[in-house]
Design a protein around this ligand. Sequence first.
Ligand code: FAD
Length: 462
Amino acid sequence: MNELRCKVLVIGGGPGGYVAAIRSGQLGLDTILVEANKLGGACLNVGCIPSKALIHAADAAHGLREPRAFRALGLSVGAPKLDFARTIAWKNAIVTRLTNGVGALLKKAKVRTLLGTATIVDGKTATVTGDTGETRISAEHLVLATGSESAELPALKFGGDILSSTDALKLTEVPRSLAVVGAGYIGMELGMAFAKLGAKVTIVEALPKILPLYDSELTQPVVRRLAELGVETLVGARALSFAKGALHVAAADGKERAAPADKALVAVGRRARTSGFGLESLDLTMSGPFVHIDEKCATSMRNVWAIGDMTGEPMLAHRAMAQGEMVAEIIAGSKRAFDAKAIPAICFTDPEIVAVGLSPDAAKAAHGEVRVGHFPFRANGRAMTLQDDEGFVRITARADNHVVLGVHAVGAGVSELSAAFSLALEMGARLEDVALTIHAHPTLSEAFHESALAALGHPLHI
Ligand SMILES: Cc1cc2nc3c(=O)[nH]c(=O)nc-3n(C[C@H](O)[C@H](O)[C@H](O)COP(=O)(O)OP(=O)(O)OC[C@H]3O[C@@H](n4cnc5c(N)ncnc54)[C@H](O)[C@@H]3O)c2cc1C
């Protein structure tokens, strides 16, 4: 068996682990990263990037199939033809470019990367089984970043026509009909994309509304778009079983129904990956299914750190990356703590939804009286020129000192506004700070400016 020593051993090469390793290497720490599958983890290979590629392709295909918007511009196009295998090849090329890029960045930071599955021996040692045989690695610090995997339902186990999100992103043909079980952001994003690609989509959600983590004001425009796309939405409904061609569902009225389904996509959440590689041999305190961490991402064992999806919600790539960067800096001697004012959450649905900080109800519950300002995109010139003026920006601030507590938006392309919203919260901005900032014209971001003016009682353009 080969023997290696290092200062920092990172297990898992997803956004949490690879960022921890790059920063650790940049800081001059002798670092080894072990990845069982492909660098980039869920995010680059089967998550954020491939899903957004599919959504982009679906938007393009749908735009051509429903050329109303083009006609308004005086454009006419012939009937489009979709070669979906080629779409998937294009998506795969983006993934390869990015994962190769991660490999190059690790090399540049002088990180040694081992491809193979790590098994934990103790808090300072792991063995790795890979193509080049077995290697025993001893480290001063162990960073756990093993991520998460799709959760399945007992009655709907993955395999055959029952798909996880990973399987759905590998399809080379658009199914004629697709039932999506779970109306969280992953199910909704993929369900809407497949509907635009031509599948007959039914969404089945056990809770009384889609995107249950977002308030109804934000989800209403998505509900409307689902109807326009011909997507059937069954809320308060339970998926029972799948048989060729149909998903059997107990509907909200108690009656059983069969939704047409050449394939069923089960998107009912993600499970932390905390077993099967010796983690149990460490005496770690757990928080339910997740590894318990403090504000420094320290676990209950000295010099064992944990980051990303395995440590709990929100399971988002940017949280994993921020934790990874921080842990590397702490190991290198910096005084850091994870005290983000807000972690933005985005649904890349149609239209997109952005949530940063507290909703008006949550803000009221936490801080008492609040001021809320809305600005609709139907009064925003840039939204009109982009032919999509659905949605709004909503700002919530304390009534006493006007400190911004939350910014939410729904509309086409609002994901790109999330940085401004997060910055406002992180800098402790007041409504007046946003109102006195000159926002470029004509941009969607003017709706953010106007929402602050509205909360102060004097919007200009409505
Ligand atoms: C369809 C989909 C869409 C998504 N869209 C978004 C989005 O738009 N925005 C967003 O922020 N998040 C999104 N996510 C979530 C995001 O992908 C995750 O939050 C993120 O990847 C978590 O990063 P991580 O580093 O914690 O773990 P992961 O990305 O899961 O990486 C963990 C890595 O560890 C490796 N590993 C596990 N065990 C071992 C072992 N024993 N030895 C060696 N290696 C091991 C795995 O192979 C994996 O590569 C999406 C997820 C999915 C599934």
